[in-house]
Design a protein around this ligand. Structure first.
Ligand SMILES: [Zn+2]
Length: 491
């Protein structure tokens, strides 16, 4: 017993001892609620929160840790509001082959570090699983992670692509749709009462979900007849999410699917509009697309452009992707080596769909052309004055072309390439994301009372996108992390 008591006491001492204050002196503060940078500020941090952001000198205690901020910029940490932390990019999600298990483990150990490497200090996981969340939380250093519950309609996207033998085991949460009962009956042994909209949303709320995501997708590629939720089911999901005060998001990236999402009164579209249906290939922004975007604006619906979804898949077809020096920073060495092997190219083979490698460039350019529609839609929405969100959808598919942190940065870069001004992107990645999900009490600005999740940059992010790749230090709950210590290839 004596040893146990000592253990308890020492554990208590560790958690009870307050960390010394942190003082960042003479720094330029860039915070989205301010119209101008605040020069020469002294920012005091105590117990993981910001205490003051003033110009006057701070009477520091003897043990206060100090950082000289001269010539540097202090911003809130970035929030990525669309990630999938349970998934391991490019690694098959199913199967217990020891090599795959080891690869997933290496990926998952590096994942939170890669987000921090690119200054992402808050994540919202839009479709997570209990085990994946636990694994993420068990890592020693990680961004703050919030999650949504989610459920496909029975046999619908994204489960439509999974063989039926393992489908309900891989996705135990689904909504039974009576309107589809003939073609999609309840699986043997399942209890209908457990798969009503109310029961599924209730379970998500019990599990601590902050929001709820539905999938409105009747197919892509050759598929176009995946089941959808009926109007009645969508109405019930909306009512249940309101009851639990949950933000309702919809996966929808095609015009007809986004129209259903708007009719269902969702709060946030989890994808941009790049599938224009009968208007595909038209230049500019065709009138029906513009009309739809104006509706999004008028109803104040959150919009995650997710511009990296198609390029992240296209990047598998580029020969230089795995040689990108940034990959060495964000991908665990064993995983990076495996991507280049033949088994590591499995998802590329699926995407080629039997065609020879000679068609790779054609496939890639087709996707990038499609993505330009999403970029034009985003610019149109921004010009209406619509507040944007930053959500990268990392990884959107089992592609190694989508990597944690790096893709948040590349999402922001694609927003800039779409013509979105840098201050607007900054606001989208910080305050807009925090507000949309009801987190602005704790996150999104550099103000007293907020959590001290901050970035010290050597460049000004309102003037150059590259500033986000020039992070010097990440401050997480008041603890200082040197950026390079988070790199996957650090010696
Ligand atoms: Zn997603």
């Amino acid at each position: 017993m004596k040893h146990l008591c000592l253990f308890v006491l020492s554990a208590f001492a560790v958690t009870a001892a307050p960390a010394a204050d942190l003082l960042i002196e003479h720094v330029t503060v860039i915070s989205p609620e301010q119209s101008q940078p605040l020069t020469d500020r002294n920012v005091l941090i105590r117990d993981g929160r910001i205490v003051s952001v003033g110009q006057q000198a701070v009477a520091a205690k003897g043990d206060t840790r100090k950082i000289d901020g001269r010539g540097k910029f202090l911003t809130p940490g970035i929030m990525d509001s669309h990630v999938h932390a349970s998934d391991s990019a490019g690694i098959p999600p199913l199967g217990n082959d020891p090599e795959l298990v080891a690869l997933r483990d290496a990926y998952q150990k590096q994942q939170p570090r890669s987000y921090l490497y690119f200054g992402v200090t808050q994540l919202l996981d839009l479709a997570s699983f209990g085990e994946g969340l636990k694994r993420f939380e068990s890592q020693p250093v990680k961004p703050d992670l919030l999650h949504c519950g989610s459920a496909p309609v029975l046999d619908g996207y994204p489960t439509a692509m999974i063989p039926k033998e393992v489908r309900y085991q891989a996705f135990p949460e689904y909504v039974y749709e009576p309107a589809n009962a003939k073609e999609h009956p309840l699986p043997a042994g399942a209890n209908e009462a457990e798969h009503t909209p109310e029961a599924v949303v209730e379970r998500a709320a019990q599990g601590g979900a902050h929001c709820f995501k539905i999938f409105i997708e009747d197919g892509f590629g050759p598929a176009s007849n995946w089941p959808l939720m009926s109007k009645d089911t969508l109405t019930r999901i909306r009512a249940a999410t309101r009851k639990h005060k949950m933000v309702l998001l919809a996966h929808a990236n095609a015009l007809d699917m986004q129209r259903i999402a708007l009719d269902a009164d969702v709060d946030v579209l989890a994808h941009g509009l790049w599938n224009w249906g009968e208007y595909d290939g038209q230049p500019g922004v065709p009138a029906p697309i513009a009309e739809h975007l104006r509706k999004i604006h008028a109803r104040n619906i959150g919009y995650q452009a997710t511009l990296r979804v198609l390029p992240g898949t296209a990047d598998m077809f580029r020969e230089d992707t795995l040689k990108d020096p940034m990959y060495a920073k964000v991908v665990a060495p064993t995983v990076l080596a495996w991507y280049a092997t033949e088994p590591g190219q499995w998802f590329k083979q699926i995407m080629r769909d039997g065609a020879p490698p000679s068609v790779d460039m054609k496939i890639m350019h087709g996707w990038l052309k499609q993505n330009e529609q999403g970029m034009r839609a985003l610019k149109y929405l921004n010009d209406l004055g619509h507040p944007l969100l930053v959500g990268s959808d990392t990884p959107s598919a089992p592609t190694y072309g989508s990597q944690p942190g790096y893709d948040t940065y590349r999402e922001m870069r694609l927003m800039a390439q779409s013509g979105i001004p840098l201050p607007t992107i900054f606001r989208a990645a910080t305050l807009n994301n925090a507000k949309q999900f009801g987190l602005d009490k704790d996150y999104g600005t550099v103000e007293p009372g907020k959590k001290a999740n901050l970035l010290l940059l050597t460049g000004n992010p309102l003037e150059s996108m590259r500033a986000w790749a020039q992070i010097e230090k990440v401050i997480l709950h008041g603890e200082v992390i040197e950026r390079e210590s988070m790199a996957a290839n650090k010696k």
